[in-house]
Design a binder for this molecule. Structure first.
Ligand SMILES: [Zn+2]
Length: 229
């Protein structure tokens, strides 16, 4: 088994994918749309464990996986798709147990600790060991460009303290999601050496769709799956 992952930039983009609904190539791998799994992404901490029947969710008339912002699978050639534009995609991969997960982490999902939820499910359902899990935190909006209201800032930091994490107070009303997501991964027990960060800021770089910069409905597509061979 071989794990496959892809962290998206502007193209291929989510809107075109939904419009065409056609199989496509990513880094030499053919991705059949009928094998994609797309979640509703409601800023929840719901992590759905995928079954074969979930293939094609979000394609054609087949509904997205309701409520979920995280997907986990151990089924070969089932491709989990997470769409982002400023929120952070996190991909988790265990090549010993052949289990992968894709997470959509914005302010709310981070505040609810979807990262912890996903890792607990990888452990309890698939017997993954923490030292085998590789985590990739993709591009998202940086601290400097992510200003929120005082109320949201305070709520966020209160939630962090409750989960035993130190808030980042460097700049009032600015949230450092990347730093907190990394802290959550480490707190769950993922070794620091297993964590990789794509440190681009989606707001700063024209290589990415950015909701805050462009008010766009378009999204990066981020994909993770398991292949034979
Ligand atoms: Zn930035």
């Amino acid at each position: 088994m071989k794990l496959f992952y892809y962290l998206g930039k502007r193209e291929p983009d989510y809107r075109t994918l939904m419009h065409l609904q056609k199989d496509f190539m990513l880094e030499g791998i053919k991705i059949p749309v009928s094998r994609l799994v797309i979640a509703e992404q409601t800023h929840s901490k719901e992590v759905h464990i995928c079954r074969e029947i979930d293939c094609g969710a979000g394609i054609g008339k087949k509904p997205q996986i309701p409520l979920a912002d995280g997907l986990i699978t151990n089924i070969p050639y089932q491709y989990l798709l997470i769409r982002t534009a400023d929120c952070y995609p996190i991909l988790l991969m265990d090549s010993r147990r052949n289990v992968v997960a894709g997470l959509h982490c914005g302010r709310e999902g981070t505040q609810k600790n979807i990262v912890g939820e996903a890792i607990r499910k990888m452990k309890s359902h698939f017997y993954c060991q923490l030292t085998d899990i590789i985590a990739i935190v993709g591009a998202g909006i940086c601290h400097k460009h992510y200003e929120v209201s005082q109320e949201l800032f305070d709520d966020f930091n209160r939630a962090l303290r409750k989960m035993g994490l130190e808030p980042d107070l460097t700049q009032n009303r600015h949230l450092n999601l990347r730093k907190i997501l990394n802290a959550q991964l480490i707190k769950e027990g993922i070794p620091e050496i297993n964590i990789e960060n794509v440190t681009d800021c989606t707001f700063e770089s024209s290589n990415y769709h950015s909701y805050r910069r462009e008010k766009t409905k378009n999204r990066q597509i981020n994909i993770v799956g398991i292949l034979y061979g």
